[in-house]
Design a protein around this ligand. Structure first.
Ligand code: 13P
Length: 249
């Protein structure tokens, strides 16, 4: 089955290093049947355009400004990344929520800005360990989905991917187990059904992220109800990431 394989570089590598990566990755994944998205830092998008144009690899940014343009020193607008050929943007990553104090309200605004610009949104949701231990994870995720997608039209959901990234699993080597991931994928669909429709719930793309790597990807990606994976650390190794992106699931 075709999967969506997404790499989030976070703040790693330099544009000059990314050239080699992009060239090698494009060659190695030429015959992949999966959908592949690479999200490097903004500074690498020109390189992505140069090496991924004409390939089956899509690329995107890890954030955008909630405003389309104007006096926002240091920010990057949705149509700027689009102009560089980006078709995706990650919004609401837990690192932005925690370290840059992004609220659900801000995330909701960013999603609307991205969709208005014609970008596809990779919306990250996920609970922390405390919430999980308190057995509040499902409730927490439902609220995030509800707040983040407020005011979005059902037909816009074609351009929304929900990435379930439990915070305690990101960069820790502790992956969620398949049963819990399947349960959360179903919870996400239940909330989409509640907010939109049954049709929207079955059509929405749900991926998992958090310590997916070369040793566990095969097992994780066969989780019921899961359409793909979002990887941080594992995407930095071009050989391993190409294997994951090329796999026949
Ligand atoms: P790791 O794959 O390094 O755990 O990171 C996951 C992530 O945050 C992807 O967005």
């Amino acid at each position: 089955m075709k999967k969506l394989i997404i790499g989030n570089f976070k703040m790693n590598t330099k544009p000059s290093e990314f050239k080699n990566y992009a060239m090698t990755f494009a060659t190695k994944t030429k015959n992949s049947k999966n959908d592949i998205v690479i999200c490097p830092p903004y500074t690498h998008l020109g390189v992505a355009k140069e090496f991924f144009a004409g390939t089956k690899i899509a690329y995107g940014a890890q954030n955008i400004c909630e405003e389309p343009k104007g006096s926002f020193t240091g920010e990057v607008g949705a149509d700027m990344i689009k102009d560089l050929g980006a078709t995706y943007v990650i919004i609401g990553h837990s690192e932005r929520r925690a370290k840059f104090k992004e609220s659900d309200k801000l995330i909701n605004k960013k999603i609307k800005t991205a969709l208005a610009c014609g970008l596809k949104v990779i919306l990250c949701v996920g609970e922390n360990l405390q919430t999980r231990n308190a057995k509040q994870a499902c409730q927490f995720i439902r609220k995030q989905i509800d707040d983040d997608l407020k005011g979005i039209y059902e037909n816009e959901l074609d351009s929304v991917i929900v990435a379930y990234e439990p915070i305690w699993a990101i960069g820790t080597g502790h992956v969620a187990n398949k049963r819990d991931i399947a349960k959360m994928a179903q919870t996400i669909r239940d909330e989409i059904e509640h907010q939109f429709s049954k049709k929207a719930a079955s059509a929405i793309t749900v991926v998992y992220g958090g310590s997916v790597n070369i040793s566990n990807y095969k097992n994780l990606l066969t989780t019921e109800g899961l359409d793909g994976a979002l990887m941080g650390g594992a995407c930095l190794d071009v050989d391993n990431f190409a294997i994951i992106a090329k796999e026949n699931y």
